[in-house]
Design a protein around this ligand. Sequence first.
Ligand code: PLP
Length: 453
Amino acid sequence: MEKIRYERPIIQKMNTGLMNKFGTRTEFEPVTHIESVSVKSLINQYGSPLFVISEKQIRRNCQNATRIFKTRYPKVQFAWPYKTNYMNAVCQVFHQEGAWAEVVSGFEYEKAQGNGVPGNKIIFNGPCKTDEQLIAAARHNSLIHIDHYDELYSLIKLSEENNLKPRVAIRVNMDTGIYPKWDRFGFNFENGQAWNAITRIVNSENLDLVGLHCHIGTFMLSPSAYAIASTKLCELTWSIKEKFNKIIQYIDLGGGFPSANTLKGAYLPGSDTIPSIDQFADAITDVILGYGFKQEELPLLILESGRALIDDAGFLLGTVLATKRLSDGRRATILDFGINTLFTSFWYDHKISPVESFGKHTEEMVLYGPLCMNIDVLRESITMPLLEKGNHLVVHKVGAYNMTQWMQFITLRPNIVLIDNENNTHVIRKAETLEYLELNEQIPGHLNHNSLK
Ligand SMILES: *Cc1c(COP(=O)(O)O)cnc(C)c1O
């Protein structure tokens, strides 16, 4: 048995007025393993900080979400939003589980092609497609989701000039009772813009309207918002059949289901409060099934769920660099990863666990990153055991948006390791080096020397 560590006695101030009536939970249960691989061995082998992804958990999440929707609706297709996590190994796990690719930029489109996703299984979203990218996507028979009139007009022109007939959908924005509305993307439902765009597409010789898309927000806590969105897309689908005798092949409800993270300022932990995927699936499929479509004309239901399928498959391991007292007496713990690495710490209070075992003494502390920048605060206030230099930590549910939004600033980005189904570990992205960082730098001749010898 490991020797119990000595902890200095402390006098603790009793605080009244706890954050909520349930009290604040202290996380001192050590997390020593991820998928039965020891955290310490991972850090010894691959360094600290370190991102770790569980392949098993991604597959569980995919299979669970697929089962939930397919038991309620006959035609379901998931598409993996690349921006959520575009490590190729991660994308391939989703593609192996049957997901198409959903991309929002030219380089993401090329990444999906590089991963062997056929053009007709790539959904091209977003407001920033260039003419060249639109032509390439049309040639590869991808699903182009039009965001605004300028894109609609150029696509009509490009298709005529190049003798193409791309398969398109429009992105529709709408009032779903969630504010602020995400009305900067797509065509508005309520003011008639969406119907106007549909009419233009149907009347153009060179575009084939095959679908309708919306993505009403992210980290959505209300299944009823999806019921409203589904109703509005069904209404358009129905009218298109009535007015133009055209059958819409698919309805794409985008992403936005929450992960079990806790939003900053939330009263209770996310894991206790977020609706389940079943509730979202009920809301969506009840509307579509109940709308009155003929069985053979039921649209394919596409979902572009991102964070809900990967957040809990990602972990960030790190190390305590130092502890100190702030001038007001609070304990400060300095870690080897900062907001540059854990970008989602801007909006989540992540669950953070120690790796070593501690006694029951805990203290409120501030967690800082290693950056020489005052805003590098990972947590303003967290109650943790008395961590010391060299102790390790595990941050939970970091699979979404960190490995794509991380910033290279002051420190270099760390290794990413995947734990496969047999618990073997693989580096899927190597830690950055100075050489990598300077790869694209060029130095003019008169600046390649100095006389500071
Ligand atoms: C970002 C995005 C998604 C994924 O959103 P999540 O909130 O991670 O599920 C899906 N569709 C579109 C169009 C997006 O921009």
